[in-house]
Design a protein around this ligand. Structure first.
Ligand code: SF4
Length: 575
């Protein structure tokens, strides 16, 4: 097979330039098809409003195009001044909301082409970058960055920033296009990269597709480290030397009706001392660059290289690239169950952090509930020193002095932000991807129907006396799995505009893959599909057993057997 068309576009682009400069100045409302591929490397997706697509197509009118612009925020950590800049322009471009992402980034939606330079220029002048937030490169590096007392948060943050800088593309095209050749201080490549215009790690065609890196704090798998292409877990070596366990080959994206695509958990590769992490990471990334599939983007992920060639081959290849043997992986520390970090937590002797649930990560002012303004006010006033975005798309306001706790609560109350204890467990434990109307890949709804799903779960659980049971739930608008449904206790994945697949069996600590137990269930019938399973759960649950552990104990066959056939396309799965 020949390389995909995207490979030719990348190689002919003169390192991500293509005709973007001319198209940004051409007065048109859209970019050419080739340019849309290059735009992704600059953190921008051109999309059309899916709500209007059918009506406009039938009327023979142009589609309603705008852009999604994504900030790359290593570990989701932003200082107050950076947040102020991100927040300030949300009313000038886009739809007035900020979308926190499952990889700890920040997105603007409905940004018009003519506003892109204003937005990206403004962000860069305030030390926020969109470079490499999307595209065939190492994406935003995730970190379990909750600054829990006693945790070495500085080490985690520093490792996340170092890897992020190491793998940021080196091409000057980003600054030429968006900030007229001026480089912002923090968002630039490392000074060692003096070879401007070339890409020492990526080469002319960059990676075959995206590559995800995540760093989990010991015991805290909130980043779902086993779903990353490259996962790192700080763990002392057998002689007590500080280092990390390296995991490789995780990935969740798949396609419906194509068994050659599948979610996969990462395998342990090695234990590596802290000082060698960058070198080993580069070896793994370049192995993907050299061996990843460039002929079929559906199979262009490190996990398929692992499936085809095996972990021993990968280990030998890494050893050949770094010129020495790797130490065997050591066991990672025990994973605690899921923590959302909602509410108040101790940060150190003098300070606290406060987690604010943000439904689907959509930070906006909505009637009397003005979360976006509350967060901005708390950072602007100095009551909070920094913000950390979690992998669950929530906000952690950090560095709050103990004596300011009441003042913070007063600001939240004044903005109508409900205290955490007023939210149901289902609201707190469920997340969704954006899906319709902005995502071009979406087959069905996610973010907009998450409140309905949480209501369904609330009533199912409380009707059975289980209102205190927390079920990690992830809802996505397509099988790409951006909200990581395949490691959840309950994953709901759109198959069409109306129908969804049900996945169960992941666990609260994210170390086990879920399995599909029903396909094509109409969303409006999810209550009926889940009710018999919840009856069975309530009747046979061992005390303290999580829903995910129960479904795993029952097995796919017995779990799916309790789901009634509810739609003409629905089928239960398993035997
Ligand atoms: Fe879009 Fe699918 Fe990702 Fe949801 S899971 S954001 S629908 S690509």
């Amino acid at each position: 097979m020949a390389p995909t068309a995207v490979e030719s576009i990348k190689s002919a682009s003169n390192h991500l330039r293509g005709s973007l400069d001319a198209e940004l100045a051409d007065g048109q409302t859209t970019f050419s098809a080739d340019s849309t591929h290059l735009l992704k490397f600059h953190g921008i997706y051109q999309q059309d409003d899916r709500d209007l697509r059918r009506e406009r197509t039938s009327a023979g009118a142009d589609l309603e195009y705008s852009c999604m612009v994504r900030c790359s925020v290593p570990g989701g950590v932003l200082r107050a001044a950076q947040w102020a800049a991100i927040d300030a322009i949300a009313d000038v471009v886009g739809d007035g909301s900020l979308r926190l992402t499952t990889r700890q980034g920040v997105q603007y939606h409905f940004v018009h082409k003519g506003d892109l330079k204003t937005l990206v220029g403004h962000l860069n002048s305030n030390l926020v970058t969109t470079y490499a937030a999307c595209g065939d490169v190492v994406r935003n590096v995730m970190v379990s960055s909750a600054p829990v007392a006693g945790r070495d948060t500085a080490r985690l943050d520093s490792l996340g920033r170092a890897l992020s800088n190491q793998f940021r593309p080196q091409s000057e095209s980003y600054w030429e296009l968006w900030v007229d050749g001026e480089r912002a201080v923090s968002s630039g490549p490392s000074p060692a990269a003096a070879d401007l215009g070339s890409e020492p790690i990526y080469g002319d065609t960059y990676l075959p597709r995206k590559f995800k890196i995540g760093i989990a704090a010991p015991g805290d798998n909130s980043i779902d480290v086993y779903s990353q292409d490259l996962g790192l877990v700080p763990t002392d070596g057998t002689d007590g030397t500080p280092g990390v366990v390296v995991l490789v080959g995780g990935g969740l994206g798949m396609s419906h009706n194509d068994d050659s695509t599948f979610p996969r958990l990462a395998d342990p590769l090695a234990w590596v001392p802290d000082g060698d992490v960058g070198e080993v990471a580069e070896a793994v990334v370049t192995i993907f660059r050299d061996y990843g599939n460039r002929e079929d983007r559906k199979h262009a992920r490190l996990k398929y290289v692992l499936e085809e060639r095996g972990i021993e081959w990968l280990r030998a290849e890494v050893e050949a690239r770094i010129g020495r043997p790797l130490a065997a992986p050591v066991p990672v520390p025990h994973w605690n169950g899921a923590s959302d970090y909602h509410g108040w937590h101790r940060q150190d002797a003098e300070t606290l952090f406060h987690g604010i649930p943000v439904p689907s990560g959509r930070l906006k002012d909505n009637g009397s509930v003005r979360r976006r303004s509350a967060v901005a006010e708390l950072l602007r006033s100095g009551l909070a020193a920094e913000i950390r975005i979690t992998p669950r798309q929530d906000v952690l306001l950090c560095g709050i002095k103990r004596e300011d706790r009441a003042a913070v609560e007063a600001v939240l109350a004044a903005h109508g932000v409900p205290p955490v204890n007023q939210l149901s467990l289902s609201v707190r434990s469920s997340i969704a991807c954006p899906a319709l109307p902005t995502c071009g890949q979406a087959l069905g709804e996610a973010e907009r129907v998450l409140p309905d799903l949480a209501d369904t779960l609330d009533s199912l659980l409380s009707e059975r006396g289980m209102a205190d049971v927390r079920i990690e739930t992830r809802l996505t608008g397509c099988p790409n799995g951006c909200a990581r449904p395949y490691v959840a206790e309950l994953g709901i994945v759109a198959r069409s505009k109306t129908d969804y697949d049900i996945w169960v069996g992941g666990n609260p600590s994210g170390t086990r893959l879920a399995k599909v137990v029903a396909q094509g269930v109409p969303f409006v019938k999810l209550h009926h599909a889940l009710a018999p399973m919840f009856d069975h759960f309530e009747a046979t649950r061992i005390e303290g057993e999580s829903f995910g552990d129960w479904t795993d104990r029952m097995g796919v066959g017995r779990t799916s057997a309790s789901i009634p056939v509810l739609g003409k396309r629905q089928k239960s799965v398993g035997a």
